[in-house]
Design a protein. Sequence first.
Length: 317
Amino acid sequence: MKTNILITGGAGNIGSSLVRKLSANDKYQIIIVDNLSTSSEDKIPASVHNNILFINADCNNYQEIAKVFYQFSFDYVFHFAAVVGVNRTQENPLNVLNDIKGVEYILELSKTAKIKKFFYSSSSEVYGEPVEIPQKEHSTPLNSRIPYAVVKNVGECYCRSYYQEYQLSHTIFRFFNTYGPYQTTDFVIPKFLVAALKNEPITIYGDGNQSRTFTYIDDNVDTMIKILENNLINNDIINIGNDEMISVLELARSIIQITKSKSQIVFLPPLKEGDMTRRMPDNTKMKTILQHPLITLEKGIQKLLKSKEFLSLNGLN
Ligand SMILES: NC(=O)c1ccc[n+]([C@@H]2O[C@H](COP(=O)([O-])OP(=O)(O)OC[C@H]3O[C@@H](n4cnc5c(N)ncnc54)[C@H](O)[C@@H]3O)[C@@H](O)[C@H]2O)c1
């Protein structure tokens, strides 16, 4: 018997990469639900084992998502669909808050369907402007202020509450900035890389001294699959992120150097909110699960430059 897995947001950056890897194993039957609001069907991998099914539906619409649950008997649910991206989330706060409905509907349907486990994509944004470095899952106080961070915080709270009241098991992934071939240019690495390859200006908000860590998608996906297959991090939270810290300015300079670009760096006024000064996970749990060193930023950028998918999605070949 196949293991049925629902992946919402499965046409997106992280979701489609998870689908790609899981579907290589023919014991899994994968159902993708995505409304293609920020992605396209191109990102959905071709199915080698005929074990991927795509459904265009909105997770925040009860009728649409309930229909999917009535059609299949899911063992596991990964809820990744969300409004993402700093500019998009700041310009559409009500749209962002609407995602709380999706979390509630999918948890309720998952409980009724008696699935084995619910996986939730939270974010490092729950730490807000962090009060300490690195950020630890249980001891760093959460400082969620912007709607996107508040939604993720509420989502985590829903997971814990469904466990407390209905014993619905969960794992909460607090993703830190994760990049890969399928990420859009709304995000910093693809944005800088595409600009550099076209010798166009690279724009930075503020002075560029805000620091970040960047996780290559393979490390993220490998950790999630190990958690799924070994039944780890039950009813608990895990930071999924690299701990190699770099400032946005250093990132721009290093992308210019790696690509031998003629791009100029242009500084824009700082964002009003949401551009945290520092961000770095305590990734002890992730390293223990992954059991190999994380991919360095330089290697990850080289991988993107060699990725046919990344180049073709961005019109670079
Ligand atoms: N990539 C990161 O660095 C990062 C960091 C922290 C958290 N996250 C979280 O991880 C998850 C996946 O992120 P991603 O980078 O793959 O983003 P993404 O934008 O590439 O993917 C999100 C997908 O969800 C779909 N979607 C959005 N709203 C929907 C809805 N109501 N119904 C159905 N589909 C919908 C979009 O069309 C898109 O395909 C998100 O929940 C995001 O908040 C990502």
